[in-house]
Design a protein around this ligand. Structure first.
Ligand SMILES: Cc1cc2nc3c(=O)[nH]c(=O)nc-3n(C[C@H](O)[C@H](O)[C@H](O)COP(=O)(O)OP(=O)(O)OC[C@H]3O[C@@H](n4cnc5c(N)ncnc54)[C@H](O)[C@@H]3O)c2cc1C
Length: 312
């Protein structure tokens, strides 16, 4: 049983989500783990994938049709080699979730979504009800199409492997969609899903100006990603892509600092797997304290600036 992992990459480098997905792949495999790098001029990303520990073979599909990650084209590329595999694993990222259902539907199998554990090659665990219950899912499909919640698996070592690299022809453009443009938010700060430290603010911040004034200096001092609760995002205090939680990003950094966030289950669903959680809230009954390793029952408008001052 050989497992195929679909790499998340920018053609030159691998995105960290690929490494967690490889670990999940190794857990499913009784045979080898292969990685597909579907891209354009993606030899560098292919080389990076070949160095990942535990990968036996990298397949680089290179074509202009794969330059912009159009889901129809990437799905066709995966389908071109799908029959060689018992499992096809995608990271549960926006890209992975865009392609995996197409592959599952065209193979006429059920997709197994957002797994956090592999119990055996046909049995997987996945959170449901915002992480309040874990479903154990068994599949009898010949090819298992799976998306992997990356916070559920450690990253495979990015170096140490020496996989063979095979180059295959990329698929032709499907003609079903075309790339129009991309608006990318540029930030000096680490990307939320890859950040080692995240500083998050909630509704208590009161305004976009206060959010910046109070939270940004702490994030700067710690070289942290900035996150927010949905209430803070809905109120316009923070941009949409900062939202952490069930309907935002799922994160598991080494350190998560939540300031003025009550800890609703939908927020906890996105951050409770963080290694160390610090909560700053003036209400000692706030549910965030139930998952916090360190809790400060104080006014954040005094505590956070003091914290920043204390950091050298
Ligand atoms: C289907 C669904 C999906 C959802 N998805 C998400 C999601 O992805 N992410 C998410 O975050 N939420 C999500 N929510 C919303 C969630 O239920 C909560 O409403 C939201 O998380 C609350 O945000 P908050 O903690 O910032 O605000 P509040 O619940 O209003 O909490 C504010 C906290 O700040 C504290 N506080 C106030 N002033 C201060 C001060 N000066 N100093 C210190 N502490 C202070 C208060 O004690 C309080 O605990 C979802 C809800 C639904 C129904």
């Amino acid at each position: 049983m050989t497992v195929l992992v679909i790499a998340e990459h920018d053609h030159a480098t691998l995105k960290p989500a690929t490494l967690n997905t490889v670990t999940a792949g190794i857990a499913c495999a009784s045979g080898d783990v292969h990685v597909l790098v579907a891209g354009a001029n993606a030899a560098e990303a292919g080389k990076a994938a070949s160095q990942v520990a535990g990968v036996a073979k990298v397949i680089v599909a290179d074509s202009p049709s794969l330059a912009e990650n159009l889901a129809e084209n990437v799905a066709a590329q995966v389908l071109a080699i799908a029959k060689n595999y018992s499992h096809i694993l995608f990271p549960s990222t926006a890209n992975g979730k865009n392609v995996a259902p197409r592959v599952a539907a065209l193979l006429d199998v059920a997709q197994i979504s957002d797994i956090t554990k592999v119990d055996s090659p046909d049995t997987f665990e996945r959170p449901i009800y915002a992480g309040n219950a874990i479903a154990i899912v068994q599949s009898s499909d010949a090819i298992k199409v799976v998306t992997v919640r990356t916070t559920g698996f450690d990253a495979a070592a990015a170096t140490g492997g020496s996989a063979a690299i095979e180059t295959v022809d990329g698929v032709a453009d499907s003609g079903k969609s075309s790339f129009v443009g991309r608006e990318v938010t540029k930030s000096e700060r680490p990307e939320l899903t890859a950040a080692k430290i995240i500083v998050s603010g909630g509704r208590a911040l009161g305004s976009a100006e206060k959010f910046q004034e109070v939270m940004a200096p702490l994030a700067d001092k710690l070289n942290a990603g900035l996150g927010a609760s949905r209430a803070a995002v809905d109120a316009g205090y923070a941009p949409n892509d900062w939202q952490v939680g069930q309907t935002g990003k799922i994160v598991a950094p080494q350190l998560y600092i939540a300031a003025g966030i009550s800890g609703a289950i939908q927020h906890l669903a996105g951050m409770k797997d963080s290694k160390v959680i610090v909560a700053i809230n003036k209400d000692e009954e706030a549910p965030i304290f139930s998952v916090a390793d360190y809790g400060l029952v104080v006014d954040l408008f005094t505590a956070v600036p003091e914290f920043v001052k204390a950091l050298h």
